[in-house]
Write a protein that binds this ligand. Structure first.
Ligand SMILES: O=C(O)C(=O)C[C@]1(C(=O)O)C=C[C@@H](O)C=C1
Length: 307
């Protein structure tokens, strides 16, 4: 049975997402303490793939995931899932809300309940843990007084109780997760796909606009752009782009070759079906047929068949 890594311990949102991402095949889910460790296990061939959080609708991208995707051998996303995110406040039995001195969770989770904490527990100090379930484990071990966790965490830490349920500063918050593997056969195009890549551009006037223009000119809908520092040179950035379409689509392939010529480096991070299955809208001049017709026309010109 294939082994699939996820950000653990058991009871994280990432575990729930990874179960969803692997529901079509029998998989043995293996918890790792951090996203970089889960991705290192994929690179080392210890596991087939990893489920990792990539972006939250309230707090934005998950920097640990973006950095870990680009700083060692290439990996590609093959599937995405989007999960609603609401939290429970878990504590040891007999502890009242007013007695809680420390509340622990993953920094992304704490950021999503910041207003709730300041209104309801103004005296409590927040503590960062490696995941929402790690916070529950540390509360069970007596490290902290309370944890902001997924409600499934309670199944794994039965010594805790739910003090408050359904906490969320933004009620419809969601987190997007990816299933990431070593490069291999890509998922088939479905007409409702997303392509992710990371590009480094030169520090020159207009280079960002020109990169984006390559997408816009081909009618490609950009759904996310994010920059992360390159780290060893101040003021230089990697740009993470997500856009509608599959690398097998003519307009996407054409755009990628243009980016490859224009950027100092381009790392392909995968083409995979969008979680919401919403089809890409393709303008007539960027359709497969339009690309084929114009390629045939050029071939005829070059062969002397047309003037
Ligand atoms: O999966 C978990 O439980 C995590 O701790 C990670 C994470 C994240 O990185 O965004 C996942 C979903 C929630 O948005 C909060 C935290």
């Amino acid at each position: 049975m294939p082994q699939i890594a996820y950000l653990g311990p058991p009871g994280t949102f990432t575990e729930q997402a990874t179960r969803l991402l692997t529901e079509d095949f029998d998989a043995d889910l293996v918890p790792y303490e951090t996203v970089p460790l889960a991705l290192a296990a994929v690179r080392a061939g210890e596991v087939l793939a990893a489920g990792v959080p990539v972006e939250n609708s309230v707090e934005g991208s998950v920097p640990a995931t973006l950095d870990a995707l680009t700083t060692a051998e290439p990996l590609v996303a093959v599937q995405e899932a989007v999960l609603p995110v609401q939290f429970d406040l878990l504590a040891r039995p007999g502890v009242a809300l007013s007695e809680i001195g420390t509340v622990a969770s993953h920094p992304h989770a704490l950021a999503q309940v910041r207003s709730w904490l300041s209104e309801n527990m103004p005296g409590a100090r927040t503590r960062a843990t490696s995941s929402t379930a790690a916070a529950a484990a540390e509360v069970a071990a007596g490290e902290f007084d309370a944890a902001i966790s997924a409600s499934v965490a309670l199944d794994h830490y039965p010594s805790l109780v739910r003090l408050v349920g359904g906490i969320a500063d933004v009620p419809d918050a969601v987190t997007r997760f990816l299933l990431v593997r070593r490069p291999g056969v890509l998922p088939e195009p479905t007409g409702a796909d997303r392509t992710s890549l990371c590009a480094v551009i030169s520090d020159e006037v207009g280079s960002l606009v020109e990169m984006l223009a390559e997408l816009a000119l081909r009618g490609i809908n950009l759904s996310r752009i994010e920059s992360r520092p390159i780290k060893d040179r101040f003021g230089e950035y990697r740009f993470f782009l997500d856009f509608d379409g599959h690398v097998a689509d003519a307009r996407i392939g054409d755009a990628l070759t243009a980016l490859r010529r224009r950027c100092s480096s381009v790392r392909f991070l995968g083409s995979y079906p969008k979680a919401d299955r919403s089809p890409a809208s393709v303008r007539p001049s960027a359709s497969e047929q339009a690309f084929q017709t114009s390629a045939n026309w050029l071939e005829d010109l070059r062969a002397g068949r047309l003037a």
